[in-house]
Design a protein around this ligand. Structure first.
Ligand code: FES
Ligand SMILES: [Fe+2]
Length: 274
């Protein structure tokens, strides 16, 4: 029992990732309005540290809450408390049980203030539905990141295979209808698009936490990462808000004027040099 609060529901789930991925996700306040765009509209961080984080969170429809997420290392558990705004006083307790590299179980309890007995079940069902959705989204991010991390690890452990200096993508007229095209080059994923009348390749993996850029739309020469909203100029690789992050250098896309054959070329694009 927690004083003045009623437990309206419990949600349990086993995640196919390590505890390290789950705790990283718990500390990652920045993903809320991006990965969980259907549930949260904005976030403004107030404070963060090893203890957790505190932030103002904008809700769809104009509401705003102050949320505090506190980690209890010895449990191990974290508690999210709504400090101000709609639902103030509610607490969500999440126990984290790391069972191995590919398994972590979470148990989430929803504790609310001032709940009439007859309303508890409906509120509990609402929370379980919301948290199923949030954990679905978190699980897809964590498994994608675990896969990219292990691909990165094995690439650094394997002696660099003699990657071809150029790869043909076929005739321009055949390629155009396939754009945007996902390609592998030198063991890494890229996307080829047409921008300002030129073919451009850019990394399909975000340099922040290895988020997927391969399906993100390109608008005005910029691609926005779906995990935390960092935005990159596909021509220069630079992050558009001035963060010191850059897309990995892509191959150049060359078109042979003689025969319209399109090639990926390993030589670094000069724009990525600086
Ligand atoms: S992984 Fe964080 S912005 Fe791309
Ligand atoms: Fe999340």
């Amino acid at each position: 029992m927690r004083e003045g609060l009623t437990r309206v529901g419990v949600y349990e789930r086993s995640l196919p990732v390590s505890g390290e991925r789950v705790w990283e996700n718990v500390h990652d306040w920045e993903h809320l309005p991006w990965l969980h765009a259907g549930s949260f509209a904005a976030i403004d961080l107030v404070d963060s540290g090893d203890w957790g984080w505190r932030a103002h969170i904008g809700l769809h429809g104009g509401g705003r809450i102050l949320l505090e997420l506190v980690i209890e290392d010895d449990a191990p558990r974290y508690v999210s408390r709504t400090v101000e705004g709609p639902g103030a006083g509610s607490e969500i307790w999440t126990d984290v049980d790391a069972r191995g590299d590919d398994e972590t179980a979470v148990r989430v309890e929803f504790w609310l203030p001032g709940v009439a007995a007859e309303a508890a079940d409906a509120l509990g069902a609402m929370y379980v539905k919301l948290y199923t959705q949030l954990w679905d989204e978190d699980e897809s991010m964590m498994t994608d990141r675990a896969r990219e991390l292990s691909a990165k690890r094995s690439a650094s452990e394997t002696p660099r295979a003699s990657a071809p200096a150029t790869v043909s993508l076929g005739r321009l007229s055949d390629l155009r209808p396939q754009l945007p095209l996902s390609v592998r080059f030198g063991g890494r994923g890229f996307r080829v698009v047409e921008h300002d009348g030129r073919l451009v390749a850019y990394s399909a993996v975000c340099p922040h936490l290895l988020g997927p850029l391969g399906d993100a739309p390109v608008e005005e020469g910029r691609v926005v990462c779906p995990w935390h909203g960092y935005t990159f100029d596909i021509e220069t690789g630079r992050e558009c808000s001035g963060r010191r992050l850059k897309l990995p250098p892509p191959p150049r896309v060359l078109v042979d004027p003689e025969n319209e054959q399109v090639y990926l070329d390993a030589k670094l694009d000069a724009k990525f040099g600086g």
